[in-house]
Design a protein around this ligand. Structure first.
Ligand code: ZN
Length: 240
């Protein structure tokens, strides 16, 4: 089975469509949360994911947008975007977000937004934190998002190594457990503004990261038109 693995789409429809095209053909879509927040098209993104039958989990922005999580810990721009999103989304988007679990299992993979031991908030940025999370999931492997940075954490003989995949990077899965981050579709933060996604082939046991350009300026215009914070629009230019 070929799986398009997506995370942190953040209401960015052009980026989502570009990544889906770049990962095709695939059999299913798994998404790792933060479907909404920051971007200008939350309803459109949820409609697209619903239409293609995407399965997955909720992120902190999704939870906040439906009132299931306080925005106290959000920075000002993130909070403003959550408030805008919350006021803007329609009932079907709200219901779809409400139905997302914090954690799910698909075959050999556990899906969470942040980390297996703290799905909503913890950032998996380092080998030490990844190592501390290895006991928090039962499956062989785990898929996470939240950092907006493509990453691999691989357990080997008690150590955890960290790899930073770029466009076209691949990984063969073997007996070593891995925690994989596909990077962010709608708001990359690794200095590469191109949208990011990951193709997982469960039969071959292989993974590949792909980056794809999308019309950033069109998204920025939509954000300006609805008065989303300027800094959130500007960062899309730099992927930071
Ligand atoms: Zn996010």
């Amino acid at each position: 089975m070929r799986v398009a693995v997506l995370s942190d789409i953040h209401g960015n429809l052009p980026a989502l469509d570009a990544v889906l095209a770049a990962l095709a053909p695939y059999d299913v879509v798994w998404q790792l949360g933060d479907v909404v927040g920051y971007g200008p098209q939350p309803d459109e993104v949820v409609a697209r994911l619903s239409e293609i039958g995407a399965r997955g989990v909720r992120g902190n922005h999704d939870a906040a947008a439906i009132g299931a999580l306080s925005t106290d810990a959000f920075n000002d721009d993130a909070r403003a975007a959550v408030e805008w999103t919350s006021a803007r989304i329609g009932p079907s988007t709200r219901d779809w977000l409400q139905a997302l679990p914090e954690r799910s299992t698909e075959g050999d993979f556990t899906l969470v937004h942040g980390s297996p031991r703290d799905p909503v908030w913890e950032y998996l940025f380092s080998s030490a934190v990844a190592r501390a999370n290895l006991g928090a999931f039962e499956t062989q492997h785990c898929l996470v998002g939240h950092t907006h940075i493509p990453l691999v954490f691989r357990e080997d003989d008690g150590h955890v190594e960290m790899l930073s995949p770029s466009d076209g990077s691949g990984l063969e899965l073997d007996a070593r457990r891995v925690i994989l981050n596909p990077g962010s579709v709608g708001q990359p933060r690794d200095g590469d503004p191109r949208a990011c996604g990951m193709l997982l082939d469960t039969d071959e046991g292989s993974v590949e990261w792909r980056r794809v350009a999308y019309p950033v300026e069109a998204v920025q215009s939509l954000m300006a038109a609805v008065d989303l914070p300027v800094r959130l629009a500007e960062r899309l230019t730099f992927g930071w």
